[in-house]
Ligand binder design. Structure first.
Ligand code: F6P
Length: 342
């Protein structure tokens, strides 16, 4: 078979490990040929591709980013997008496609399969860990470790200067990174998109922490919002899937805490640092196993499926299941982190 591979959406440590596993097993064990599409769905849409063989995937296992490039191109937003993709694949002799992506890329992948009959297999990625069909996505563990290290470092400077330090982490709709990094780093408050926060209650925790002679660290997910909302975000930019570009709650909170408590407060926005660089061992292994199972699925013609982690096993699930529901932080886990607040 001739199989296309693409990576879409925000990049994520471990993407190259998936590509490597797909190509190494697919070419060396199963005798397939590969085509690397550039920049997510833009590649098949514009027939922008490059050869992808074993030599191209040598040495990429520890590399961050994606050798194929990525974009947030939505094939359904382009004129005749699905038809153009099908025609381009046919003309290039591509029998099927492995799409590695998050909620948006996999949502489009699922629709291209169910509505347009495209032969596709999905692989879930996102540092946000918010895909319901899989217990973990690769990239999450790396992001959590980066955020934890930042929190560790901020603790010492917060104590030295008797300041409130806020760390804003990624997490648009789910606070997985905030809760895991906050738990691992000993945060004194963790604010997540799943529940609106009360600024006065946060200030109360700040006071309690100072009373213990240490300075507070507050971890806030970029999608967390105070009760009553923040000043207008109406003019924020949106992407091809209609998502607002987030970032700003950390600095907003900085002003509010300083005004209400009189304590010097500073915010650090970790941003794309969380998505860059080399993946942890956990992410490399998970990404590799996803890749191996995805190429097996393609080989067996099990199109319309996605590799998912269930417990310690990799299972194939329907692509429709992958994006059916957002996986948010459960109440019980948040309650466990609350024990350490203040
Ligand atoms: O989906 C992963 C994510 O990291 C979100 O947490 C964040 O809102 C978004 O990507 C940012 O993406 P971009 O770099 O395209 O602005």
């Amino acid at each position: 078979m001739r199989i296309g591979v693409l990576t879409g959406g925000g990049d994520c440590p471990g993407l190259n490990a998936v590509i490597r596993a797909v190509v190494r097993k697919g070419a060396e064990v199963q005798g397939h040929e590969f085509v690397g599409y550039r920049d997510g769905w833009r590649g098949p849409l514009e027939d922008d591709r490059r050869p992808l063989g074993v030599p191209e995937v040598r040495g990429i296992l520890p590399r961050g980013g994606t050798i194929l490039g990525s974009s947030r191109t939505n094939p359904f937003a382009a004129d005749g997008g699905p038809e153009r993709i099908a025609a381009n694949m046919e003309a290039a002799g591509v029998d099927g496609l492995i799409a590695i992506g998050g909620e948006d890329t996999l949502g489009a992948t699922s629709r291209l399969h169910s509505e347009h009959g495209l032969d596709v297999v999905g692989v879930p990625k996102t540092i946000d860990n918010d895909l319901s069909a899989t217990d973990y996505t690769f990239g999450f563990d790396t992001a959590v470790n980066i955020a934890m290290e930042a929190i560790d470092r901020l603790h010492t400077t917060a104590d030295s200067h008797h300041r409130v330090l806020i760390v804003e982490v990624m997490g648009r709709n789910a606070g997985w990174i905030a809760v895991h990094a906050g738990l691992a780093g000993g945060a004194n408050a963790i604010l997540v998109p799943e529940r609106e926060f009360d600024v006065d209650a946060v200030c109360e925790l700040v006071g309690r922490r100072f009373a213990s002679r240490f300075a507070p660290i507050i971890v806030v997910a970029e999608g967390a919002r105070p009760r009553g909302g923040m000043p207008s975000e109406d003019d924020a930019k949106t992407d091809a899937f209609g998502h607002v570009r987030l970032g700003g709650v950390g600095h907003w909170l900085e002003g509010e805490i300083e005004r209400r408590t009189g304590k010097e407060t500073r915010a650090t926005v970790l941003g794309h640092v969380q998505r860059g660089g080399t993946p942890t061992a956990f992410d490399r292994v998970l990404a590799t196993r996803f890749g191996l199972h995805a190429i097996d699925a393609a080989s067996e013609g099990r199109w319309g499926t996605m590799a998912a982690l269930r417990g310690t096993d990799i299972k194939l699930v329907a692509l429709t299941e992958a994006t059916a529901e957002l996986k948010t932080v459960p109440e019980e886990l948040y309650a466990e982190s609350e024990v350490f607040f203040g």
